[in-house]
Write a protein that binds this ligand. Structure first.
Ligand SMILES: Cc1cc2nc3c(=O)[nH]c(=O)nc-3n(C[C@H](O)[C@H](O)[C@H](O)COP(=O)(O)OP(=O)(O)OC[C@H]3O[C@@H](n4cnc5c(N)ncnc54)[C@H](O)[C@@H]3O)c2cc1C
Length: 369
């Protein structure tokens, strides 16, 4: 997400770049993704948003349900006043949209099946190993933008503290043809657990995520029993999932430094700030990062100034999103009877005031050219 978006942001400013990706093919892998308006405003500048919309489903609301009864607690409007949608989509559909848009640019050189190895200073430039089964190629460049995910091998090579276990586990599954969400994004809130369901593949499938403590059984066959007292509609979706995949959730320490090698290497996306997915913002932050970094690279007198200005702008926003994630973690997982108070407070609020809570997040706009 971060790497291809970064390449497209550079290309639209006529800057050439090489994207080195470890995967030999951009395959149809992964699960669903919610894309909020703040991320879609960036993507709308890079390619055909109608084409992306056609691959996903537009959501008007996120509806929160009580875990056991399934009773709706509150419906939070998520579409934006300027008409930018909130989409749910399969990750592979977003990736192929990004890759096809990148393939149309002569400024982007996409090299698949190569692993970034050692990155080192070489005079004023950087010397980068791109390792493939055919051998090691050496690339010379002025700047490395490391967008290599939560387990970033680059961060590891730099000796940075690794991502920490959060104590939570996500089970991801897809339902084809079976029971569907009632509309938009649906979430069920229970003690120490929550579940999220939304349409993907243009509404032909449902993406289901179950979050629970990582200390439980890792056998997916035990899942229906653990959620057996929850809403029957959710139970039917769980039963209809073909195969669940377990994802232990990790987070990058908030203090991880982003700029390295004398401001010639910068970490962006999950490599810089992976967080729990409880606000559905990891990919959105990666996409925002790319737009902001490209803007500073364009405007600043030199790389150091550009990277410093980028970090000054991004840190407060990332920290604010991280705080919101912590708030959701606390509120979503409240035990009974505290959950009754939460439900009463949420139910008493108007749709406009609930939407207002997240205006700072969803109304964000990429920097003007
Ligand atoms: C259960 C769950 C649900 C989520 N839901 C949402 C959601 O609804 N909305 C949202 O915005 N976010 C969501 N996220 C977060 C989102 O998935 C991540 O934040 C996002 O994928 C980060 O993008 P990235 O480009 O930084 O990293 P990644 O998507 O992890 O990409 C890193 C890339 O680097 C490549 N790579 C790694 N090492 C090397 C190397 N040495 N050389 C070359 N290439 C390398 C990898 O192959 C990969 O392609 C969710 C996460 C989870 C776990």
């Amino acid at each position: 997400m971060a790497g291809l978006t970064m390449a497209l942001e550079l290309a639209r400013r006529d800057r050439p770049c090489i994207v080195v990706e470890r995967a030999p093919r951009l395959e149809e892998v992964g699960a669903g993704l919610q894309l909020s308006p703040n991320a879609l405003r960036v993507l709308a500048r890079l390619g055909d948003l109608n084409d992306l919309k056609a691959r996903g489903t537009v959501a008007e609301t996120v509806t929160l349900h009580a875990a056991r009864t399934g009773r709706p607690i509150a419906s939070v409007p998520v579409s934006s006043a300027d008409g930018t949608p909130y989409l749910s989509i399969h990750r592979a559909d977003l990736q192929s949209w990004l890759a096809r848009t990148a393939a149309a640019s002569s400024r982007i050189d996409l090299r698949l099946g190569r692993d970034i190895g050692v990155v080192a200073r070489d005079g004023g430039d950087l010397r980068v190993e791109a390792i493939s089964p055919d051998g090691t190629e050496i690339l010379q460049t002025t700047l490395v933008i490391a967008a290599d995910g939560v387990n970033s091998p680059t961060a590891q090579r730099l000796g940075l503290e690794g991502p920490a276990a959060t104590g939570a586990l996500a089970w991801r599954g897809r339902v084809t043809g079976g029971p569907m969400p009632a509309g938009g994004i649906e979430a069920w809130l229970g003690p120490r657990r929550h579940a999220v369901a939304y349409p993907i593949a243009g509404g032909r499938e449902t993406n289901l995520v179950l979050i629970e403590p990582a200390s439980g059984s890792v056998d997916p066959a035990d899942l229906p029993a653990r959620f057996s007292k929850w809403d029957r509609r959710l139970g039917a979706m769980i039963a209809a999932v073909g195969a669940f995949t377990a994802w232990p959730l990790k987070a990058v320490p908030g203090a991880r430094p982003w700029r390295h090698l004398g401001d010639r290497l910068i970490l962006i996306g999950d490599a810089a700030h992976a967080m729990l997915p409880y606000a559905a913002q990891g990919a959105a932050m990666a996409i925002e990062d790319a737009a902001v970094l490209a803007n500073h690279l364009d405007r600043a007198a030199d790389l150091s100034n550009a990277l410093r200005a980028y970090e000054t702008e991004r840190r407060p926003r990332i920290d604010k999103v991280r705080s919101r994630v912590g708030f959701h973690r606390f509120v979503y997982h409240l035990p009974f009877p505290l959950s009754l108070g939460r439900n009463a407070v949420l139910a008493s609020r108007s749709a406009a005031s609930l939407a207002g809570d997240l205006a700072w997040l969803y109304d964000w706009r990429p920097p003007k050219d």
